[in-house]
Design a protein around this ligand. Structure first.
Ligand code: MG
Length: 239
């Protein structure tokens, strides 16, 4: 067996002659220089969606002004005012967002610190207090709701700030409206990989099988699920 392997390796080497190393150098394109921020702070080319001061970049998902509470550098869900969404619409993005579920633990399962980040107003990355809180894993924090269980539970305690760093690739559709390529998402929670290039089956559904419908760029929305979840330091880079 070892002899056969060595023989085939020798053959492979012969089929792949040594090249001038310059032939495998790529000099174009030169990546633009971007100055990174410290520890989740926005880099120089980011679009700032929330810097702790106001909701100027946001509106209510129902239309009209966003009514969530801004205080102490954070925005907090004001229950029953509804979800909010960005004024700007996006396709492929890198997103950084920090979130915190209430320090005072109330409720259980899906009722504890529930909110969510809807990419393109359709695809939910779940926000939930999943620290010592049992629920269906494809609905816990870091899940792509009802579609993908996170690789690990990287949650901090309730009341502590947590980060999501997201790479989201929008779905593509043909001119006739059929799906060309599904949406894909990679997520790091608190620096830990929890979703690795997951291909979404369609928009998030609570009680139906997901099904893609063609759409263009859309807002990022944050869910009012009736719990006072907070967010801060939200920025995106268009890809
Ligand atoms: Mg949710």
């Amino acid at each position: 067996m070892a002899m056969m392997l060595m023989a085939s390796m020798a053959w492979a080497q012969k089929e792949r002659p040594t090249l001038d190393p310059k032939l495998t150098e790529e000099w174009e394109p030169v990546p633009p220089v971007v100055t990174p921020g410290d520890c989740g702070a926005p880099p120089s080319d980011a679009i700032i969606l929330f810097d702790g001061k106001d909701l100027n970049e946001w509106i209510s998902a129902k239309g009209g002004p966003a009514e969530w509470v801004v205080a102490d550098g954070a925005m907090t869900v004001k229950p029953r005012t509804g979800s909010i969404k960005t004024k700007q619409k996006f396709g492929d993005i890198q997103l950084h967002i920090e979130w915190r579920t209430p320090a005072e633990v109330k409720g259980e399962g899906q009722g504890r610190g529930n909110s969510g980040i809807f990419l393109m107003e359709r695809y939910e990355l779940q926000v939930l207090d999943s620290y010592d809180n049992i629920t269906y894993p494809n609905g816990q924090a870091g899940s792509i709701y009802k579609q993908s269980i996170p690789l690990v539970n990287a949650c901090k305690k309730p009341g502590e700030w947590q980060t999501y760093d997201v790479i989201f690739m929008a779905p593509e559709f043909t001119e006739k409206g059929s799906l060309k390529s599904p949406a894909r998402i990679t997520v790091l929670q608190n620096g830990v990989l929890i979703q690795n290039n997951f291909m979404l089956r369609g928009p998030t559904e609570y009680n139906r099988i997901p099904k893609y419908e063609p759409h263009g760029k859309a807002s990022i929305s944050l869910q009012d699920h009736g719990n006072p979840v907070s967010y801060r330091n939200i920025w995106v880079r268009e890809l």
